[in-house]
Design a protein around this ligand. Sequence first.
Ligand code: ZN
Length: 206
Amino acid sequence: MEVQASAPEKPAMPAFRIIGVLHRLYVLMESAEGLVLMDQHAAHERVNFEKMRRAMEQGGVPSQRLLMPLMLQTSPRDADILKRHLDSLSRLGIEAEPFGPNTFKIEALPTFLKTDDPLAWLDQVIEELQSLSSKSSSLRLGEDMIATTVCRHSVKANDKLSMPEIQALLDDLFACEMPYCCPHGRPTLIQMSLNELERKFGRLAP
Ligand SMILES: [Zn+2]
């Protein structure tokens, strides 16, 4: 594998040789120390989260206006949580406007979002915001928490990635400030050292 020169202020990316992908989820890589596994879902989450946070610092996440606005019907409880977070959602590229008692007109969605069913996607986001908000004592959720939720649901599970896509994901991950965990704190990479492997195979005394 060719290691590209990285920007001077970033730590150098470790030299990994990509071996393949296990169950469309774990990327297997060889490192100098042994075997490295990357959870592609967690890695995507980290990359999207940092991109989103940078965009928010610069005024908002790029969004795309829908040709035909979507009508989102909600329960009164969901309507309430949506209303409380409309400005944060707007900074995340989701333009929603109250339209009748429990209906919202969705006029724009973030450009990074790739989904065939945006209303189902919004339902998932709202459901998670609901469960986060039930655990929180304050009326409004923090913007970082909302960003985490939005980008968690923007990552497709078990997406089949090509080799260049895996390489790009790895490069993007190591361009992040915190490459080693997803925004929820789950690891993106785990390593199994040669030493560990040798123990498991009984080559070394335990
Ligand atoms: Zn996560």
